[in-house]
Write a protein of this length. Structure first.
Length: 279
């Protein structure tokens, strides 16, 4: 199984520049081209939230136009910049987003690794939470298939990043209960999040948790007392998660990579069929 994670695409209206300088739509188009060029193609693309710069029907329709050329299915979860009603209006017929209920949550059982997509959004607020209703839903879904390797995905990371800007804190509420729940379910091999615009990995709840990179403008690794959040000129990226049956001597596991997106020179072949091809 090959799962590509994209996050924080912040799509805007056509030809608009976010913060007056970032063409997030063009950035997403480049990400789509990179995914379509993968060999082999991935099985699924997961978007871990902040689909649009500000959630509305116009921006989600623009996002749908940009990702339409994808040669693999894409699934979505909301972020703090998204709006549930508009997401449902645009995507409920073409993705797995539920058509009813308060939260946009669902399960994908089609692959060797089960994917549980959680809604961590607090309406009209930047931080997220897992309230008792959402934690109970997650607990039930984890109980449904206790032996199957599982990824839990949500927008807000349940850990502290070490960054002192506004994205430094993860879930505002429910993080401790989330960790305790994961400790009771050893089948969870990874927690995937977005929100921080940087790839970060840590231990959490007896498993591994990571935030995916952004396809548009990365945030800087600012850890000082000034609590500054900078946008930096680092390359955007996607994350690639591989479920390998021989990931380690002890058996299968999830192996993750970060693939930067940019206009690079052509690759230089070093080995082919195990033999060196350049001196």
């Amino acid at each position: 199984m090959i799962l590509v994670q994209i996050s924080d695409t912040h799509v805007d209206a056509s030809n608009s520049l976010v913060y007056g300088r970032f063409n997030t739509n063009t950035a997403l188009e480049k990400a789509v081209a990179v995914i379509n060029a993968m060999d082999p193609l991935p099985d699924l693309v997961l978007h871990t939230g902040d689909i649009a710069s500000r959630g509305n029907v116009e921006r989600y329709e623009r996002f749908r136009e940009i990702v339409e050329p994808l040669q693999v299915p894409i699934v979505l979860i909301p972020g703090n910049h998204d709006e549930r009603g508009a997401l449902r209006q645009v995507f409920s017929g073409s993705t797995l987003l539920p058509t009813d209920g308060e939260f946009l949550q669902y399960v994908i059982d089609d692959f060797p690794v089960r994917l549980i997509c959680c809604d961590s959004v607090i309406e009209d607020e930047t931080p997220g939470e897992l309230c008792p209703a959402r934690l109970n839903w997650l607990s039930d879904r984890l109980d449904d298939a206790g032996e199957q390797p599982t990824i839990v995905a949500l927008h807000h990371p349940p850990f502290y990043s070490g960054m002192t800007g506004t994205t430094a804190k993860g879930l505002l509420r429910g993080g401790l209960q989330f960790a305790e729940l994961l400790k009771q379910h050893a089948q969870v091999v990874r927690v995937l999040a977005g929100h921080i615009h940087r790839p970060i990995t840590t231990s959490f709840g007896g498993t591994i948790a990571s935030s995916g990179p952004t396809t548009c403008y990365p945030f800087g690794l600012d850890m000082g007392a000034d609590r500054v959040l900078n946008i930096v000129h680092e390359p955007p990226a996607i994350a690639i998660h591989l479920w390998l049956e021989d990931a380690s001597p002890t058996g299968p596991g999830l192996v993750s990579h970060v693939l930067p997106i940019g206009d690079w020179e052509a690759p230089i072949p070093l080995l082919r069929e195990g033999k060196r091809v350049v001196s």
